[in-house]
Design a protein around this ligand. Structure first.
Ligand code: DC
Length: 530
């Protein structure tokens, strides 16, 4: 039988093990085994038998005797439904009952009992023999799967872990779930985590500790994606595959996320309120066909013309993050439909500058792409005709009277280096120029991170819609640094040919690329063989 691959992730409660293990398993198409859930199910069984954690702690020997006998009647098994692990306690799905602090405490006590461990470790080993697994727990690398090919000890400071658990519980409560008051007390959560760490690390049998051959990962200052990528790269090293680095700045920026969330929010509202009327975005909300299609399925249409604004009876019109000319803004606001304005705050700032400076008599020059929606919108806030400059040639041939007061702004997603180049040309002319580098920070950071990764990468993948100009600029930047740079819209376009010499593959994505697409590409890259 072919040897199965196991990734063992151990660590204290709240280090992010399950979230990360799930993500890694999804990417590699491994089965995720949450062993903590098995101990929790056993703890629930003991609680139902009338025992409490306090009692168990008061007289541990008596509890051990009782629990060793009682656990023989608890049949715990695992099933996968829609890819999710379901824990069955004597046939009952107990997933929704095992995440309270009461069960956590009881699990910590119960998991120290040898008879309980023997029973559950056997089940865990059977699961790992049958398939490739990512298994998380406390003793996976040390006891359950000592031969796991990748072992990770994942930890984080008590403060960070307590904060994460607190936020999780608040979110549960917000989602309408019943959360006991004790689970919403940050100090109590913190104390319990520290106590539980102590118990898990100091119990006699299979205490929580880092296996000698495990990699230590401290997630205190890392995002989930960063930790997952670290583990996936450990796997890649074992398999002799290239490392993969995804830019932290890849994908939706704050403004795009806000705009997309607003439209989904409107769609949800309309689904609940039959009198809400039609919802349309003025232009596609982002340059991504999949998202636009998904919104269409939820009843959100796209309008493109002024006639369509006039024709809309009530309902909602959404102005997207690119913004619109003032004339259209006024028209939509006065149309009788509710106007949801998701213009990015950075773009709004440019509108304000352009309006104010043109009123003061300055000639507005926008450094940006001709015809781009944001540039067209910005033009429409100038009280006098604005000029758009995209190339060095256009900058050189600009001809105004000497001394003309000029105000220069940039499209928020323009290429920073190119902006500098065009500005240098304009500054040589004897105009009275006030310069506003309005390229947004998110774009600046995205471009410099992409450049830095592309410099080191053997292959660079840039993901984004074909009409997304910020993605096109990322491609331009990466191509300069890495000859094997490819521009793809979705994973389906990926045609990766590896010859075994590649050490590093970089991934970045434009501001309108949904996370789901980035994940699909990551998955395909991780699974490509030589
Ligand atoms: O990871 P978790 O919080 O769901 O785990 C619940 C309890 O089970 C915790 O106190 C530690 C214990 N546990 C264990 O002893 N060994 C494992 N492999 C997994 C969890």
């Amino acid at each position: 039988m072919e040897e199965k691959f196991s990734i063992a992730i151990d660590g204290p409660a709240g280090a992010g093990k399950s979230t990360i293990a799930k993500k890694v398993a999804r990417t590699l198409e491994f089965v995720y085994v949450d062993t903590g859930a098995m101990y929790r199910a056993m703890a629930l069984y003991m609680l139902r038998q009338g025992y409490t954690a306090a009692e168990a702690r008061r007289d541990p020997q008596a509890y051990e005797a009782k629990a060793s006998a009682a656990c023989q009647d608890a049949k715990i098994s695992i099933e996968y439904r829609d890819g999710e692990q379901v824990v069955l306690l004597n046939g009952e799905n107990v997933n929704s009952l095992i995440r309270t602090e009461e069960v956590s405490e009881m699990a910590s006590v119960t998991s120290a009992i040898p008879a309980v461990r023997t029973k559950l470790v056997e089940l865990q080993q059977e699961l790992a023999m049958a398939q490739d697994v990512v298994m998380d727990g406390r003793d996976i690398g040390t006891v359950v799967l000592p031969k796991a090919q990748v072992k990770v000890y994942l930890t984080a400071s008590v403060e960070v872990r307590a904060k994460r658990r607190y936020i999780e519980n608040v979110q549960k409560q917000k989602a309408g779930k019943d959360v006991p008051a004790a689970d919403l007390d940050p100090d109590k959560i913190s104390r319990e985590i520290a106590d539980r760490d102590y118990r898990d690390m100091h119990r006699e049998i299979s205490p929580l500790k880092q296996a000698e051959d495990a990699a230590l990962v401290d997630s205190s200052d890392m995002t989930i994606d960063e930790v997952a990528e670290t583990i996936l790269n450990l796997y890649a090293s074992k398999k002799g595959r290239p490392q993969v680095i995804t830019a932290k700045t890849a994908g939706f920026c704050f403004g795009v996320q806000k705009a997309v969330d607003a439209v989904y929010g409107e769609a949800l509202r309309a689904a609940r309120d039959s009198s809400a009327g039609p919802i349309n975005t003025f232009g596609p909300i982002i340059h991504n066909e999949e998202v636009v299609r998904d919104l269409q399925d939820k009843g959100v249409g796209v309008i493109e013309t002024e006639e369509e604004i006039d024709a809309q009876q009530g309902g909602t019109i959404v102005i997207r993050s690119h913004g619109v000319p003032k004339r259209l803004y006024d028209k939509i606001s006065g149309s009788g439909a509710k106007c949801v304005d998701t213009t990015c705050t950075f773009v709004k700032r440019i509108h304000e500058i352009v309006q104010k400076e043109s009123l003061a008599g300055k000639k507005i020059i926008i450094i940006g792409n001709h015809g781009h929606a944001e540039v067209e919108g910005t033009k429409g806030w100038s009280l006098t005709p604005a000029a758009v400059i995209e190339t060095a040639e256009e900058a050189r041939s600009l001809s105004l009277d000497p001394g003309t007061p000029v105000c220069v702004v940039a499209q928020t997603t323009f290429n920073g280096e190119k902006f500098e180049e065009l500005v240098a040309i304009l500054q040589k002319k004897s105009y009275n120029v006030s310069m506003n580098n309005t390229i947004c920070n998110a774009t600046r950071e995205r471009q410099s991170e992409a450049r830095e990764i592309a410099r080191r990468a053997d292959i660079m993948i840039v993901i984004g819609g074909k009409s997304s100009s910020n993605t096109a600029k990322l491609y331009e930047i990466c191509k300069k640094e890495c000859n094997r740079t490819c521009f793809i819209q979705t994973a389906a376009d990926l045609d990766l040919k590896l010859d075994g010499s590649e050490r590093l593959i970089g991934i970045t994505a434009g501001a309108s690329t949904p996370n789901k697409i980035i994940e699909e590409v990551q998955k395909d890259v991780r699974r490509t063989d030589f």
